[in-house]
Design a protein around this ligand. Sequence first.
Ligand SMILES: Cc1cc2nc3c(=O)[nH]c(=O)nc-3n(C[C@H](O)[C@H](O)[C@H](O)COP(=O)(O)OP(=O)(O)OC[C@H]3O[C@@H](n4cnc5c(N)ncnc54)[C@H](O)[C@@H]3O)c2cc1C
Length: 1122
Amino acid sequence: MTFLSHLGQQDGLIIGAGCSLAQVKDILAERVSELPEEKTQTYRALLKQLKSLAGQQIRNMAWLNKIQEEQEGNWLSAVWSPEPQHSHMGSGHLGGSAGCRRAPLELTPQPPVPWPSLRRPRLLVTLSLQEDLKQSLGGHIISRHCYSDLNPILAVGNTTLNLISVEGARQMPLNERFLAGLASADLKPEEILESVYVPHSHAWEFVSAFRQAQCQQNALADVNAGMRVLLKEGTGTIEDLSISYGGAGAVMVSAQKSCQRLIGRPWDELMLEEACRLLLEEVSLPGWAPGGKVEFKRTLVVSFFFKFYLEVLQELKKLAKFMPDSHHYPEIPDGFLSALEDFPITGPQGVQRYQSVDSHQSLQDPVGRPIVHLSGLKHATGEAIFCDDIPTMDRELFMVLVTSTRAHAKIISIDSSEALELPGVVDVITAEDIPGTNGAEDDKLMAVDEVLCVGHIICAVVAETNVQAKSAIEKIKITYEDIEPVIFTINDAIKHNSFLCPEKKLEQGNIEEAFEKVDQIVEGEVHVGGQEHFYMETQRVLVIPKAEDKELDIYVSTQDPSHVQKTVSSTLSIPINRITCHVKRVGGGFGGKVGRPAVFGAIAAVGAIKTGRPIRLVLDREDDMLITGGRHPLFGKYKVGFMNNGRIKALDIECFINGGCMLDDSEQVTEFLILKLENAYKIRNLRFRGRACMTNLPSNTAFRGFGFPQGTLITESCITAVAAKCGLLPEKIREKNMYKTVDKTIYKQAFSPETLIRCWNECLDKSSFHSRRMQVEEFNKKNYWKKKGIAIVPMKFSVGFAATSYHQAAALVHIYTDGSVLVTHGGNELGQGIHTKMLQVASRELKIPMSSMHICETSTATVPNTIATAASIGSDVNGRAVQNACQILLKRLEPIIKKNPEGTWEDWIEAAFEQRISLSATGYFRGYKAFMDWEKGEGDPFPYYVYGAACSEIEIDCLTGAHKKIRTDIIMDAGCSLNPAIDIGQVEGSFIQGMGLYTTEELKYSPEGVLYSRGPDEYKIPTITDIPEEFNVSLLPSSQTPLTIYSSKGLGESGMFLGSSVFFAITDAVAAARRERDIAEDFTVKSPATPEWIRMACADRFTEMIPRDDLRTFKPWSIPIA
Ligand SMILES: Cc1cc2nc3c(=O)[nH]c(=O)nc-3n(C[C@H](O)[C@H](O)[C@H](O)COP(=O)(O)OP(=O)(O)OC[C@H]3O[C@@H](n4cnc5c(N)ncnc54)[C@H](O)[C@@H]3O)c2cc1C
């Protein structure tokens, strides 16, 4: 392993290729602090990119404790150091080492390792998901990824690569030829990059970096750029110019011709116009370019240059102050200055508020107290055991699923012969191996004759190892014959009359008559994209066949073990009582583990029965995303009639959800969507219609909020459309039309909106909404390229299933002779803290501390016939069942306690045992009688409502489409919270998940129906830097709910929708930009409001100058399915 010594370069910096990116950042920061500003332009530009490149965790991988050289088992131990190594730096320009990526100072220099034995070191310490990530400067440069954030700057900064091999050393420029991967500018096979020489910049030279990604961190750039200009001293004339773009093609693109043509031009508006024209000509992206977002990328090409233009102008102005006779540079309007500022990367902070418990409540009673999630620490340390942490069983086999590559086709043949010959392959399981039923007629476990989507399960390979099974699936030859029609989009489904179930409709008043009497009518469309569950733990199951009586033990990650049990029973044609499903905990479900785990459980069980061996089936992220479906994308049309004062008199909404190829939960999702569409508003004349489209995409399914987060976006969009037409603020329209007194919903269920109003008023108050609205307007008046937006949304969310059978639960509580208590109930621990809450209930009822109690798992053997843990009612119903069991036990103990009131719990239990009193009890809760008559459009489908309100403020960059979340305030009505720490966690988590739905999470499908976005690189869930800078959550002081345990409310899902406050704050800012630019404010609402959408909605001279494509002339890279 070599270490570079100082090379004595005075006009630049040499950085060892082995430096981690975190080290590079420190090295550059040090140089920047030491050298005059004019010399560090390139270093500053690199530093700017290093702030957002990947994420802090990924960049910091370099500082982990130990590394292993894979070559010959040669170990290097490196001492962890939180400080960067400085001693190599000196005045000499060396910052690190070649080859050894993360060798801090204390490491004894090793003898050089000859290439090619120098290989990727492997981290011994696993940090979150990025086990094998190291990110050295050398690896980064040599990879020449088209998205590289550093290469464009290194290229414009005239960087030289110092290469070495056994033959000797040589230099090569890091230029466009190298970055384009030309053979003549490539490393020789025996060469390695030893170090990188980055020269200092000079006076009158300016270097800048630009980057725009789906979110600020942990996302590859859509487009990035490095730009450098050298101006003739004291004038504004261009002497030299280089511009490189990443993301704008298959390789990095250097705009050499444009730059050449601009040399000699003064740095002024005319040059800017010409530069934009030239750049768009040279950096040309075809409409079908992979990755899509073509018009956005074209716009960024020129928007970035405009930013550079302004930046340089600003620097020139500063210089001119010291040179009175210098050239006169164009003025920068004050309103343009904010275009120069980037959004800082900040960590969130905030306040959580909740009511304290009654001072008379016994100290031992944990109900209402913020008890820490019982597995919280174990989750953080990795000690919590999930399904796939169960050690390998004796003779265990691994199963991998084979899925369709066609969207709609007949299966002509399946040839497994080659796969079966591979080492380790034991069997291929097909539908023919199923002893019982192959799922439902319209929802088969494994396709038989026909596949309905890409990702449709056809068969499964079982092998001794995961790797063997994975390689075998490549060898299975399936021949297909395509079938017409192939439908992916909602539009096409409507055209082909392709629906999964009949239309659902609710109506009140006389809508047609009302439209005739209103002052104004607006019609519009809303498109809401789907959402991937992205649970941390993908779908997985371990099926263990027992030797006797066809018994099976199934360990499965599910929200509904009884459903898995039932499905396995019918698939294998054995009674339910032979099958036991165990759920210790689930690493996130969000609705995605209600129905689908039964499919995986059943297929694995077929394999287990056929082979007689335990089968483990663990979906990797890519397969999970491909196969399982998610939230239904939605397309809605609305017509809203209103008076000029903003009073809405009539609202007609028709919506369609993309259900995918099978019914699954699509009918219920449509029903819930229609039932909940009115949200918090009293509108006398309403018509809501909804249909689930059948398309050739994987079946969509339950997802937190179950239609509410998508549907209500239409309702709230109507509000903003009305506000725009009336010239009033959206909050005024919301307030005017909100339920105010005891009333009935569109389905005639009576309710009181008192709590809703309280939430709304508190949210206005706690967020200082009105004064901040004024500040936002002030800001917007002063800034042209940055706009702020603020929005407050109210929420009325109904919890529970609209089916009576779901409102029941059971529990089993054992007291052992040492006094310890084992609680079992029908709910599953999904990370939402249900077990913690259940022990709080048991602790209050039995009057003993939680520490004497334990919940081991959810098992169909202890509590049978459970309902899915879903619809926000898990704690409500199971809490009542646990309470019932505990009360039965306490009643039995009463005579003993009476006899010995001074005794201890242990004394009483011992006595009870002696007296032959049963210390085990089943509790049962027969809950709400839900009812809905769709013919009449009436019912009492929901036990109660959760109310809330959220206010969010954001700022957008109109030139790039980026946004920052300044502040969010949420007021949520939790009733009398069982556990405010857990409830606030649920509110925060669901809000952030909602924010992801409405801002960054974007599923992309090919024109052939193949899901592209199958991992975290393509699909962006929010990360820490996406959380609002200030994030305050308050639980409304006690409101009562007689139907639930201790008057608490279920908060699992409702917060999702409150994420839309960020969406409406964004559209508020976009509307402000459009008003200023004199463009119509009634733009089509499209969720998620990605940077692409924001940028293109803020139309301006740059969006106007880009070439537009005629979509009929080429096949696009991706298709919109909503
Ligand atoms: C999760 C994640 C997020 C990322 N986000 C971003 C981002 O936002 N922006 C961005 O620009 N990049 C991003 N990257 C890319 C990252 O910065 C690295 O460039 C890339 O992962 C290469 O990784 P590495 O340094 O481990 O190189 P390796 O994978 O180790 O090496 C890459 C190639 O270079 C060769 N190589 C390595 N060192 C030398 C050397 N000294 N001489 C000759 N050949 C060498 C290797 O043999 C290999 O062929 C991300 C990567 C990951 C995994």
